[in-house]
Design a protein around this ligand. Sequence first.
Ligand SMILES: [Zn+2]
Length: 195
Amino acid sequence: MELKSFEKYMALPHCSEDTELRVLGLAGGTLTGEDEVEQAIEHIAACDSCRYLLESYYFSTMHYEAEKSGREGDRVPWTEFPVFLAGDTIAAADPSQCLQARGPAVLDGGHAREVLFKIPSDTGGGVLTVYPSAKGVSLSIEGPDSAARYYLFTGDAFEAAVPKEGVVRFRDISSPYVLISRDMKRFIKITVGQR
Ligand SMILES: [Zn+2]
């Protein structure tokens, strides 16, 4: 994944150094002005090259942190929630992760209409709901305060969202992997398989 993002980045023409520094400043937390942050996010949403740059940065940072924490016995900087789709039903790959599965009491292999996971508090807290949609999955996060902003990466798309009435929603994600972050430091990784 890391390599793929970086290869895609290398294959495209790059933006000016100034623009790239602002994009990386967003990731590193050094870009703090509200307008600057807004502009950088708009740019990333429209610019493939900078999106792959940012994604490469995240993946390399995560691998670095994972390696480091492996040595120090800390936990890795992301939480992974693998799910499986079967038609219009969904199951958690590891049922012990699953807070609750809603829907008809169902179905083979623990499949339900939606699955709920508890997000660790250092990754923003709240409850993540994942459910099947026309193109893949949709998801919502309940519980964040109104100042929170969430970022979603799928390899080919980038979205930012703020809570509406306490709920952040991302709809109709067709990618088999999704990265969500509240602060761009800790990530929730959702992998979507078929079963
Ligand atoms: Zn760019």
